[in-house]
Each structure stands twice: as structure tokens, then as C-alpha cells.
Write a protein that binds this ligand. Structure first.
Ligand SMILES: *Cc1c(COP(=O)(O)O)cnc(C)c1O
Length: 400
């Protein structure tokens, strides 16, 4: 073996020794409550398709029609000649849906976060982030060259103290709306007050709230009644509850114009396929009007939490479709996930660095497509897991 591959092999072995090796599973069916993975039919408790729209016939039909009307690829970046009628219509609908002046499409949420943070902040500026923020928000701050200051999870006083002593440059507070691995909510009303008071930008990444929270599915900010004046930058993703692909930033006319000029992950990349935009337009309509999907989710969340509580399982503080069970050690989380797989249930084990050391967990997600029977089957299988009781033996760990 050449020395480069030998070096890689040694690193891979180290990852394996730490219980951190990641493997992909090959899915053979569309996304849904039941899927076939490498020949096995499984109940799926790990997708972010919260509303069950990823394989909705109307969304799929719009994708097909979009391809017939506009072809397969966009052919260029938005600023060259890739910005089509479908993209533009979707942006206008996203602005209406979120109650913002305008919205700007990005190819992924990861790119939206990198683009926004690095467009607004640079050397000499400060970016403030919750310790449990999504990797893309952290990476955005790193890329920007600004000083990254992380505050303890949900700690408004810590944030305020940090803002008070920040350097004179731009201050940007960036935070998940729904924390992706914990399922709990950011204190957005408090964040808005602190940011306003300290003259800082506030950016909420509502990847897991958009479509799910709020009476019309507008997300956490709709649920809390926070306007564009309260939260000037809203990021939403389209690959989760909306069931398609892509992301957007919504805010003032000036913010969007500025991002078009300055966000490098917007400028230097090919526009989404227009058919994806057409499919998303249909899924937004469905998300807005089919309230039963959110109601159904809520019922299943209650059912799961009541059952898990009765079993004494290590539930976390979450009222969202993300219902993690804290296990602790990486190997124990992997063993639990494997035992569930043997029972025909797909639940992923989430390990560092996605979550802090010592807090490996089963990340269970519920969707509107699940049945009560499937949730009961999950609870039954969980009741037989020794790992679910193991957390008590793990010393509480600092979150990194
Ligand atoms: C999934 C996720 C993203 C990334 O969105 P993609 O469109 O999948 O790139 C960003 N932020 C949060 C909080 C997420 O959970």
C-alpha cells in the first residue's frame, strides 16, 4: 500500500476504535414511514420528512411536470442565466409564507448558513452562537474570519454578557430554532430582545421548525409571533418538512439584495434544478393547508412521550418530532440502534462530534406518516433495551 493510503487506513482504524465509524445504508424505496434498506423492510424513525411530503403524489407530479417544462438542470448560477421563472415564483411564495419582504433560494441549508454569516461578518466582527448549534452555523462563523463566541445552551445572560464586552465591529447572533439533535427550542423571544438591545443582527436557522411549528407551518417564529423587525434573518430548509431540497433566507429587501451581491455560496454555484422549485411550490401549499399533518404529528409525539415516560426512558426536553433518548457512551448507542434494527426499526445512533462527548443518543424522529401501531411497536422494542437505562452510570459530561 502507498504511504498516503496507509496513513488514511491508520486514521480510519482510530475512528473505529473510538466507536465513531460511520457507515451508509442503501435505501431502496422512497422516503416514508416504511422503507426497504438493503433488502429489509423497516419502520423508519430517522428521517426529517416530518410532514410525509417527500413522496407525496402531488409533489412528485410537480417535479415531473417541472422537468417537462424546464428540463433537468438549471445550467448556470442564478446571477448568470440559471434563475428561472420557477425559482422566482418559489421565492415570492416563501416570502409570503414566512411574512417577510423577500426570500432568496440557496442550494442547501449548509450553503445558506455559510453564505449569510460570511457575507455579514468578517475580521474584527463577532459571531455569537449557542454551543449546540448546527455544524453549518459554526462553519459559517469560522469561514467568515470573525471572532466566534459560543455561549452555553440557551443561556441568554451569557449571551448578553458576551455582547456587552464585544469589539466595536458587527455583532451577529446565530442560533438554531429547533435544536437538531435535542429537539428543544431556542428562546427566540429572549434572543430577539437581547439582540435588539445590543444592536446585533439575529439569525434563526429554523431547519426543523419550518413546516412543523406555527398554526400555518411558518415555523418557530410564526409560533412566537416574531416579525422581520424582531428576527431580521430567517433561514429555512426545504429538504426536511417540505420534503424536497434546498433552502432559503428570508428578510428585508435590503438584506436579500445584499446577499445577492455578497454571499459567495449563492453567487458561485449552480442554481437548483427548476423542477425542484416547482415541486417545492406544491409542498408549500400542502404544508400550509393540510393542518392535519401537524395535528397528527402532535398526537404521535404525545403518544411517544407518554409511553416513554411510563417506561422510565431517558427522554429529553422536546415537544417537537425530534425525540432523542440520551444514552451516553458511543458503543452503547450503537448497540441500542443495532438491537432496534434487529426488531425491524430504523433509529440512528448519533455520536460525537455531532453531539458533545458522552452524550451519544438514539435520535428518534416522528412523521405524520407514522401510525399509532408503529409508535407502540417502537416503545415495546425500547422497553427491552438495557442501554436505555445506562445513562445513569455515565458521569455528566461537559458539552463541547
Ligand atoms: C439540516 C440542517 C441544515 C442543513 O440543511 P441542508 O439543506 O440539509 O444542507 C442547517 N441547519 C440545521 C439546523 C439543520 O438541521
Amino acid at each position: 500500500m502507498n504511504p498516503r493510503d496507509a496513513w488514511l487506513r491508520e486514521r480510519l482504524a482510530e475512528i473505529e476504535r473510538q466507536g465513531l465509524y460511520r457507515r451508509r445504508r442503501i435505501l431502496e424505496t422512497p422516503q416514508g414511514a416504511e422503507i426497504v434498506v438493503e433488502g429489509r423492510r423497516l419502520v423508519n424513525f430517522c428521517s426529517n420528512d416530518y410532514l410525509g411530503l417527500a413522496n407525496h403524489p402531488d409533489v412528485v407530479a410537480a417535479l415531473r411536470k417541472g422537468a417537462e417544462d424546464y428540463g433537468a438542470g438549471s445550467g448556470a448560477a442564478h446571477l448568470v442565466c440559471g434563475h428561472g421563472r420557477a425559482h422566482h415564483a418559489l421565492e415570492e411564495e416563501l416570502a409570503r409564507f414566512t411574512g417577510r419582504d423577500r426570500a432568496l433560494l440557496f442550494s442547501t441549508g449548509y450553503m445558506a448558513n455559510l453564505g449569510v454569516i460570511s457575507a455579514l461578518a468578517g475580521r474584527g466582527d463577532s459571531v455569537f452562537e449557542d454551543r449546540l448549534n448546527h455544524a453549518s452555523l459554526l462553519d459559517g462563523a469560522r469561514l467568515s474570519g470573525a471572532r466566534l463566541r459560543r455561549y452555553a445552551h440557551g443561556d441568554l445572560a451569557g449571551l448578553e454578557a458576551g455582547l456587552a464586552e464585544a469589539a466595536p465591529g458587527t455583532k451577529l447572533v446565530a442560533c438554531d430554532g429547533v435544536f437538531s439533535m435535542d429537539g428543544d427550542l431556542a428562546p427566540v423571544t429572549g434572543l430577539a430582545a437581547v439582540a435588539l438591545d445590543r444592536g446585533a443582527w439575529l439569525m434563526i436557522d429554523d431547519a426543523h421548525g419550518f413546516g412543523v411549528l406555527g398554526a400555518r407551518g411558518g415555523g418557530l417564529l410564526e409560533a412566537r409571533g416574531l416579525s422581520q423587525d424582531d428576527v431580521p434573518i430567517l433561514v429555512g430548509t426545504l429538504g426536511k418538512a417540505l420534503g424536497t431540497f434546498g433552502a432559503f433566507v428570508a428578510g428585508s429587501h435590503e438584506l436579500i439584495e445584499y446577499l445577492i451581491q455578497k454571499a459567495r455560496t449563492y453567487i458561485y454555484t449552480t442554481a437548483l434544478p427548476p423542477a425542484i422549485a416547482e415541486a417545492t411550490r406544491v409542498s408549500i401549499t400542502l404544508a400550509g393547508v393540510e393542518h392535519w399533518r401537524r395535528e397528527r404529528l402532535h398526537t404521535l409525539i404525545q403518544l411517544f412521550r407518554r409511553g416513554a415516560q411510563n417506561l422510565g426512558l431517558p427522554l429529553m426536553e422536546s415537544g417537537t418530532p425530534i425525540q432523542p433518548l440520551l444514552i451516553g457512551r458511543n458503543e452503547a448507542a450503537l448497540r441500542a440502534s443495532k438491537a432496534l434494527l434487529e426488531a425491524g426499526l430504523l433509529v440512528s445512533a448519533i455520536r460525537p462530534p455531532t453531539v458533545p462527548n458522552g452524550t451519544a443518543r438514539l435520535r428518534i424522529t416522528l412523521t405524520a406518516g407514522h401510525t399509532e401501531t408503529q409508535v407502540e411497536r417502537l416503545l415495546e422494542a425500547l422497553s427491552r433495551l438495557p442501554e436505555a437505562a445506562e445513562r445513569q452510570r455515565v458521569p455528566s459530561e461537559s458539552r463541547s
